[in-house]
Design a protein around this ligand. Structure first.
Ligand SMILES: Nc1ncnc2c1ncn2[C@@H]1O[C@H](COP(=O)(O)OP(=O)(O)OP(=O)(O)O)[C@@H](O)[C@H]1O
Ligand SMILES: NCC(=O)N[C@@H]1O[C@H](COP(=O)([O-])[O-])[C@@H](O)[C@H]1O
Ligand SMILES: [Mg+2]
Length: 389
């Protein structure tokens, strides 16, 4: 055996790509899976498989073919019942089959957080028809946010300010949902002061936290993140307390991106990913161990003696603005030469683009988070995508 562990990665986007790099540095052998060839993580892995991870038979076949030590999901949209069966048969699902099942759909994790654990969340209702959407909006009040229960990165999500727009929001959610369940969550719009991701690591030796990450979203998708987010000690303690309850309930070992809205001193649980988080890409520059290093260590049962912040940092996304099958990049040298802080860039290597698709991220370390945000945004703006449709 020429490797320390064999990992089957389910999902091969930018988060998977960095995870593969971290795991391979620790000697792992990684097979990257996704529904399309040439995905970012496949380019750096030892092997790859192309299939729909929502297809239970194909998913089982890939696991049985490779017999990995760890099955590491990187996206929500996976046939998670099969992961539960595989776990029962002795395979290790990261962090646990229960975590993947509860977070595959928004209603699962919402029930765990709001009902089982009694955490503070926004008011909400589920809806499977326009009539139920209208009733849901009566319950939450307006504005409300409507999201498919199965989606991520804001896909199919809209904020409704007047009742006349509810039908369009329902249609939009149904048209952009993933999977086969025509179901949405109608949520009270929380007029938060700011929102954070609390990276929470569940290890063999207990639960660890990274300093909170602040972020700004547009169209339900992250635009920039920074660390540390300015928060009172009490608010951090409240968020940590809630995050610990949720990850202990979900079980297993790995990193979780736990999302909160903060309004005054009130901390409101939003949702969580049982895997590295997009806003956590800032840790590629901000910490001694990135969220991907932390996930790899937690998964492989390796120690994490300390998580230290190198300094105030930020990330800013590089987005495509149109669909194209042929891409090129310019301006990398100018981006990396941006003054005002230490700058780095990640280009994900996605084989094609669509409007708003995240293609890369710029990272900056500076004297404070405001400066880091400025430098990261400036660097991201210097990377120009060439489209040769
Ligand atoms: N109830 C709400 N009130 C106010 N803003 C909200 C609400 N729900 C979502 N948002 C905004 O939309 C963003 C995306 O929502 P959410 O995290 O639920 O979607 P997502 O598709 O799972 O995103 P991701 O996969 O990137 O985490 C939030 O980070 C927040 O900025
Ligand atoms: N918020 C979740 C998130 O950021 N997930 C990341 O985006 C990829 C899909 O990107 P794509 O849609 O461009 O293929 C996923 O594979 C994951 O790395
Ligand atoms: Mg989110």
């Amino acid at each position: 055996m020429a490797f320390t562990a064999k990992i089957l990665l389910l999902g091969s986007g930018e988060l998977g790509r960095e995870f593969v790099i971290s795991a391979k540095r620790l000697g792992a052998h990684v097979i990257a899976c996704d529904a399309y060839a040439g995905a970012p993580a496949m380019q750096v892995a030892d092997g790859f498989e192309v299939f729909s991870m929502l297809d239970g038979e194909l998913l089982r076949a890939a696991v049985e073919k490779h017999r990995p030590d760890y099955v590491v999901p990187e996206v929500e949209a996976i046939r998670t019942e099969v992961l539960a069966e595989l776990e029962a048969e002795g395979f290790t699902i990261v962090p646990s089959a229960r975590a993947t099942q509860m977070t595959m759909n928004r209603d699962g994790i919402r029930e765990v957080a709001a009902v089982e654990l009694g955490l503070r969340t926004s008011r909400y209702r589920y809806a499977e028809s326009l009539e139920e959407v209208l009733a849901g909006a009566e319950h939450t009040g307006l504005p409300c946010v409507i999201k498919p229960v199965m989606s991520s990165s804001g896909k199919g999500q809209s904020t409704v300010r007047d009742a006349g727009a509810l039908e369009a929001a329902w249609d939009y959610a149904v048209a952009n949902m993933r999977g086969d369940r025509k179901r949405v969550i109608v949520e009270e719009f929380v007029a938060f002061d700011y929102e954070i991701t609390l990276l929470t690591i569940r290890t063999r030796d207990g639960v660890l936290f990274c300093p909170p990450i602040g972020h700004r979203q547009e169209r339900g998708d992250y635009q920039e993140s920074w660390q540390p987010a300015a928060m009172s000690a009490q608010a951090i303690a409240d968020a940590q307390d809630m995050a610990r309850k949720v990850v202990d309930d979900l079980g297993g070992h790995g990193i979780f991106g736990v999302e909160f809205f903060v309004k005054g001193e009130e901390v409101i649980f939003s949702e969580l990913s049982p895997r590295p988080h997009d806003t956590g890409m800032v840790t590629l520059i901000s910490q001694n161990l990135s969220e991907f290093d932390l996930h790899a260590r937690a998964v492989m049962g390796l120690p994490i003696p300390a998580i230290t912040l190198r300094g105030p940092s930020a990330s800013a996304v590089i987005l495509a603005d149109r669909a194209s099958e042929t891409l090129s990049y310019e301006g990398l040298a100018e981006a990396l030469a941006t003054e005002g802080g230490g700058v780095d860039v990640r280009i994900f290597g996605k084989p094609n683009s669509r409007p708003y698709r995240r293609m890369g991220v710029a990272l900056a370390l500076a004297e404070d988070t405001d400066a880091a945000r400025r430098v990261a945004a400036e660097a991201a703006g210097k990377v120009r995508i060439g489209y040769d449709v």
